[in-house]
Design a protein around this ligand. Structure first.
Ligand SMILES: [Zn+2]
Length: 325
């Protein structure tokens, strides 16, 4: 009889290994050393988060953020960890979003244009995983935690080229004309709020309207500021839903951008207002963590991996921007 109980216990441990949040589960099948005590074969390494929401706002330069009209973003900043990070040059979208998801700089991933869909410079062979893909944070969640549910919602189709969407459980692009970005961006947050019912391990919410407003009316213009205010209003609605779920206590919310801007341009402009981006790690799961600065965009994927207790693949050059104090 005792033997069969042991067998059942072993099966439970195998199932539990598919979850994220505590490395101990890989060995003892229990939540923590407080539960398994001396029998636990490894030192307890509870990961800070079981869920990460990554909010990416295209063209949201750190120096252009109107904090007074973005109370919800300000709350994330003030209640969490905030630093001004830097993007890569050329300071354009796909070049930097690819770094966000793939954990390497443009010199490695090879995206060199604002709308790159494949590398213009051949990446080194070592940048690819055993499946022949450049690992991104979504493919790593799939590989290391196959039971995890992931979501990617984006209002610019170029984002779909910057991560392995075929390793995302629910990926959706919200298309349309440039002047329809307010509706497209709002749809991203609305669907994101609905997806919370499935308790995603990782969810991307990408916004395109701020960049569009910058290109149309100047970075820092009233129209640009208004676009950021709209993002904030939708963020506020989303946060209300998120805070009402039982996953909130185990959640980290990250907020980053790919570049700033100046005038109606950003790519190739040599100015700090173009280069600086906000880098926020907030939510209950960020409590007690310390930010390692300076932060770069290739640090985003390793940071998410560290928050979820996943290993960063060897090929990633970025580093986790959070650490225990
Ligand atoms: Zn951009």
């Amino acid at each position: 009889m005792k033997k069969s109980y042991l067998a059942v216990g072993f099966m439970f441990a195998a199932v539990a290994a598919a979850t994220v949040g505590c490395k101990c589960e890989k060995v003892c099948g229990d939540a923590c050393e407080t539960a398994c005590g001396a029998a636990c074969a490894v030192k307890c390494e509870c990961a800070p988060a079981k869920h990460v929401v990554l909010i990416g706002v295209d063209g949201c330069g750190a120096r252009w953020i109107p904090w007074d009209v973005m109370p919800n973003l300000k709350a994330l900043r003030d209640e969490g960890l905030y630093t001004v990070g830097r993007c890569h040059r050329p300071t354009a979208s796909a070049i930097n979003w690819k770094s966000v998801f793939s954990g390497v700089s443009p010199e490695i991933h090879g995206f060199t244009k604002w709308n790159s869909s494949s590398p213009s410079i051949e990446p080194p062979a070592s940048a690819f995983d055993a499946e022949g893909r450049m690992p991104c944070i979504f493919s790593e969640v799939r590989r290391q935690a196959p039971g995890a549910y992931t979501v990617s919602l984006f209002a610019w189709d170029g984002i779909g080229n910057c991560h392995n969407t075929n390793t995302v459980d629910f990926a959706r692009y919200y298309g349309g004309k440039g002047d329809e970005y307010p509706v497209r961006d709002a749809s991203v947050f609305a669907e994101g709020a609905r997806q919370l019912a499935k308790k995603p391990t990782l969810m991307l919410l990408y916004q395109g309207g701020v960049d569009h407003a910058g290109h149309s009316h100047n970075w820092g213009s009233p129209e640009y500021t208004n676009a950021l205010a709209q993002v904030d209003a939708n963020l506020g609605k989303f946060m209300t839903v998120l805070k009402g779920t039982d996953m909130w206590k185990d959640t980290a919310v990250m907020f980053v951008a790919d570049h700033g801007g100046l005038g109606t341009h950003h790519g190739g402009v040599e100015d700090i207002r173009v280069l600086e981006i906000p880098f926020i790690v907030s939510g209950p799961a960020a409590k007690g963590l310390r930010l390692r600065e300076p932060a770069m965009l290739e640090d985003v994927a390793p940071t998410i991996a560290a928050l979820l207790g996943l290993d960063a693949p060897e090929s990633w050059r970025g580093r986790a921007a959070v650490n225990l104090p």
